[in-house]
Design a protein. Structure first.
Length: 293
């Protein structure tokens, strides 16, 4: 009797061992040889946004795939010329067909009134004229430290555009680039070398402008008609704005570097800044002279 029990146990153990060994070669009920590799279903980490897996099936969701953009290729670089998708929050890819996206072409997104937000890639070098003009639902634009030249009227008449993150590498802001937008505050990074004529003109919600060590040339009428603009901090590298740069604003506080006083000219820096600004009717109530190291 004991011998039969032992024999039975041995058979059970042997069967379980065979099942365990075979388990390494069975996928979805199909026997595979040791040499035949299992199907490689590893995701592409450059494009995969979300990949839920259930019962062996995988679905990948890519954010704004390149097939939703129209584009042109020249000199081994891509220019976005349009968008055929329906998303209202767009992330423009860094590469298409393994080539860097260098530009958003002129009028590429003009009058797309449903567009709500845009993230621009680090590879970007230029935004063409009127590229996003008239995108009246656009509320946010983010530059991922792109060394970009922003073209004429690029975001003109984006009346709800309240927030722009320029990053740290923006180079130039073209004429009327943000004309009549909904911007509330603007911080000009130190990388900016020029601000075009009427670049921020008629931004009637704008209340404050800060220059971060920027030596930017400020064009004529750059901030004219910003009727709620109450405060400007020029930082340590202030330059004289162009004609009527702050005409018809609500300025009550101006911050300028005190070290500019008395240098190469007997004219106080305050008047050098505004001598062409047509501020005859403006009452500056607070002028702060800041010391910079």
């Amino acid at each position: 009797m004991k011998r039969k029990i032992v024999t039975t146990l041995k058979r059970i153990i042997s069967i379980n061992l065979v099942i365990v060994l075979l388990g390494g070669f069975i996928v979805s009920g199909t026997m595979l040889s040791e040499e035949e590799p299992a199907l490689d279903i590893s995701p592409d980490i450059d494009t995969l946004l979300f990949a839920p897996s259930e019962f062996g099936s995988i679905t990948a969701y890519a954010e704004n795939p390149s097939t939703e953009f129209t584009y042109a290729i020249a000199n081994n670089a891509v220019t976005i010329t349009g968008y055929t998708g329906n998303d209202v929050d767009i992330v423009i890819p860094e590469t298409i067909e393994a080539l860097p996206v260098r530009a958003v072409g002129a009028s590429a997104f003009i009058n797309r009134t449903a567009l709500r937000s845009v993230v621009l890639p680090e590879t970007l070098a230029s935004i063409g004229s009127n590229a996003f003009q008239g995108c009246t639902a656009l509320t946010r634009v983010e530059f991922e430290d792109s060394a970009v030249d922003i073209g004429t009227g690029a975001f003109r008449d984006c009346t709800r555009l309240a927030e722009v993150d320029f990053g740290n590498s923006i180079k130039t802001i073209g004429n009327t680039a943000f004309y009549s937008t909904g911007l509330i505050t603007v911080t000009i990074p130190s990388s900016v070398t020029s601000i075009g004529s009427s670049a921020f003109s008629s931004c009637t919600a704008l209340t404050r402008v800060d220059f971060e060590d920027s030596e930017a040339d400020i064009g004529s009428s750059a901030f004219s008609g910003c009727t709620r603009l109450a405060s400007v901090d020029f930082g340590p590298m202030v330059k004289t704005p162009g004609n009527s740069a702050f005409n018809n604003t609500g300025l009550v506080m101006v911050i300028v570097p005190s070290r500019s006083l008395g240098q190469k000219s007997q004219t106080p820096v305050f008047w050098r800044i505004f001598r062409h600004a047509s501020l005859n009717s403006l009452e500056i109530k607070q002028l702060f002279l800041r010391k910079f190291a």
